[in-house]
Design a binder for this molecule. Structure first.
Ligand code: NAD
Length: 374
């Protein structure tokens, strides 16, 4: 019988509030005997400002050890004005960065799904976004954010020179392309690779390597290439033309935020970050987290939208535990609750029923239960 080890790191602000709703779903799943004998074993630890208050670090060594051994890490959110003045190395975000680095999470997955019930909260017209379901796969550990040299040099003539280095090795492009192609096979089987090969050497290599991996291992997947600036335009012109988009760290940072805004609120957006498959087990290290932060402005009020966190857990079911049916059930439950007109404050509109964090979590859990009672 499989035991899936989850490390839950709720963090600060609304992090613990939205995490509680996922804990309730996990507890129900563990007791409902719907997983062919499999169970989730959850360990909960502090991270971010909460960890600083308790241990003067952003994440403890004990938590890091558990993270390295977990099948999946579920991360809430960190930060807040209370910790603005803590030492740089112990600032709340340092916990998140350490996890990404030590788990070598090189692939960031950001789905942009537009639920029909929320199509009117997008800045684009309903017909452009309704039913949208795209996935941006962003390279997360290389490129211009990490390349050396990275410095500001004093030219001693009254001028300074700022240098960032965009650098990619073949293996870094190969492994992110493989993630994108693998995922496309579970979706609409289409990958669009975006770079700037017209002006960047790294773009030329990116294009060459993605094309070669496609030819060698994934010729059943439809591959297209687009310049990243044109890709940004196409994302707001007709986003439904895409299935999976694979791109580097810098372009992925921007394009995933553009795609996010197609779907409405920050409280709706999940994400996953994956590492390389383990040589023996084939399992990837993985962390799942909502895109939003700790929202100090609404923390402690029970008003946060837990959907991004619950949808992040659904991604864990799909990508770390291979429980595709259960993942789909959770995602369907979210859509149904939205269809019923249940809304947290951030997605509230006229005529809808306003609930708090717990009200939304309970409504989604009730729909999941209904699906399994059938
Ligand atoms: P934020 O995402 O926390 O909040 C932005 C706005 O969106 C706020 O008005 C907030 O109330 C609202 N919002 C966010 N999530 C929501 C939800 N689930 N339901 C309802 N409303 C929601 O971003 P910010 O205000 O720029 O940052 C606040 C703190 O969070 C800062 O300390 C920042 O460093 C940190 N942060 C952490 C992460 C992370 O942990 N991954 C990411 C972004 C920001």
């Amino acid at each position: 019988m499989a035991t899936h080890k989850i490390l839950l790191l709720p963090g600060d602000g609304i992090g613990p509030e939205v995490s509680d709703e996922v804990s309730a779903i996990i507890d129900w799943m563990n007791n409902a005997e719907i997983m062919d004998g499999a169970t989730f074993e959850v360990e909960k630890y502090l991270v971010g400002g909460a960890a600083y208050d308790a241990h003067k670090v952003a994440i403890s060594e004990d938590a890091m050890k558990l993270a390295l051994n977990a099948d999946a890490v579920l991360f809430g959110a960190v930060g807040g004005p209370k910790w603005d003045d803590v030492p740089y190395d112990a600032r709340p975000e340092a916990g998140l960065l350490r996890l990404r680095k030590d788990l070598s999470l090189f692939a960031n997955l950001r789905p942009a799904i537009c639920y029909p019930a929320l199509a009117d909260s997008s800045s684009l017209r309903r017909e452009v976004v309704e039913g949208l379901d795209i996935l941006i796969v962003r390279e997360l550990t290389g490129g211009v954010y990490f390349g050396e040299p990275k410095e500001i040099v004093d030219l001693e003539n009254g001028q300074k020179r700022a240098i960032d280095t965009q650098v990619y090795d073949t293996y870094e492009i190969e492994r992110i392309a493989e993630v994108a192609f693998d995922l496309a096979r579970t979706r609409q089987n289409k990958v669009c690779s975006m770079e700037k090969r017209n002006v960047m050497k790294s773009g030329l290599l990116w294009n060459e390597v993605v094309t070669a991996i496609h030819r060698q291992k994934f010729s059943d997947v439809e591959l297209s290439h687009m310049l990243a600036d044109a890709g940004g335009m196409q994302l707001v012109r007709w986003p439904k033309q895409f299935d999976v988009i694979v791109t580097d760290n810098l372009f992925g940072d921007m394009l995933s935020d553009v795609a996010a805004m197609l779907t409405g609120s920050l409280g709706m957006l999940p994400s996953a970050s994956l590492g390389a498959p383990d040589k023996e087990t084939g399992k990837r290290k993985a962390m799942y987290e909502p895109v939003h932060g700790s929202a100090p402005d609404i923390a402690g009020q029970g008003a946060a939208n837990p959907i991004a966190m619950i949808a992040s857990f659904a991604m864990a079911l799909r990508y770390s535990f291979g429980m595709v049916e259960l993942a789909t059930c959770v995602e369907k439950a979210i859509a149904t609750v939205l269809d019923q007109g249940i809304r947290t404050g951030d997605i509230m509109s006229e005529g809808m029923t306003k609930v708090g964090t717990n009200g939304m979590g309970a409504a989604i859990l009730a729909e999941i239960q209904k699906d399994y009672d059938k």
